[in-house]
Design a protein around this ligand. Structure first.
Ligand SMILES: [Zn+2]
Length: 232
């Protein structure tokens, strides 16, 4: 019989840890996080446990042994270090959205400029229209990093109902995905889209994608983009 810890197959846990470390490194290399900022968390499949990055560690120097396991109430279950200060935000999203697998928080600079200005990111680039399907909103009534206010955490969940990326006022970005790799891709797209939007606003008055165009792109993505699953 395969070995388990906290009800989780060790091989599954080891694979997830490896992927969280890799995604953390890619966040750092893509300059979406600097210094010790940013958080990666993954719901461990089939459990109410969340694997999350530790507080105060650079994502460039993460190691599988540094990662922490918490429950959905943000209680520490396993780990040598303190979990991220944003753990309550992550566990609340995981608790409310069991359909998701991963949550990433970044301080990517162009998106943060919009968050600082309390402005949603207008949908003026093909990647934003295609990948996110519209404007990236600012969470209403969010105050400070590390908040444990249930009302504020619930506002983040609400904002994530219609899109996989949201801005935290004067702070950063939260993206979600089915896997840590999917959430990473979204974080990369958010920063690219924010860069294009900001530059386009400097150059002119950009025209956003219309609702009809967004509908067309959604259909295009669902029916014609990427590879079909193997049928043979
Ligand atoms: Zn932050």
């Amino acid at each position: 019989m395969s070995e388990k810890r906290l009800g989780i197959e060790l091989a599954v846990l080891d694979d997830l840890k490896h992927r969280v470390v890799e995604v953390g490194r890619e966040l750092f290399e893509n300059k979406l996080v600097v210094s010790t900022f940013g958080v990666v968390s993954v719901r461990i499949p089939g459990t109410d446990h969340v694997l999350i990055t530790p507080s105060g560690f650079s994502k460039a120097r993460l190691d599988k042994d540094n990662l922490i396991i918490v429950d959905l109430e943000a209680n520490l279950l396993e780990g040598k270090f303190r979990p991220s200060v944003e753990t309550p935000m992550h566990t609340h999203i995981h608790k409310r959205r069991p359909d998701l697998g991963a949550v990433i928080h970044t301080h990517s600079p162009m998106a943060c400029a919009f968050a600082a200005a309390n402005m949603e990111i207008p949908c003026v680039s093909a990647e934003q229209a295609f990948y996110l399907g519209g404007r990236i909103p600012v969470v209403r009534k969010y105050s400070l990093p590390g908040t444990t206010s249930l009302a504020e955490l619930e506002n983040i969940v609400k904002a994530l109902e219609s899109i996989n990326a949201v801005l935290l006022r004067k702070h950063g970005v939260v993206v979600v995905g089915k896997t840590p790799e999917e959430a990473l891709d979204t974080a990369i797209v958010v920063e690219d889209a924010a860069t294009i939007a900001l530059r386009s606003i400097v150059l002119s008055k950009p025209i956003e994608f219309t609702r009809q165009e967004l509908k067309y792109l959604k259909q295009f993505k669902e029916t014609r983009y990427g590879q079909k699953p193997e049928t043979t």
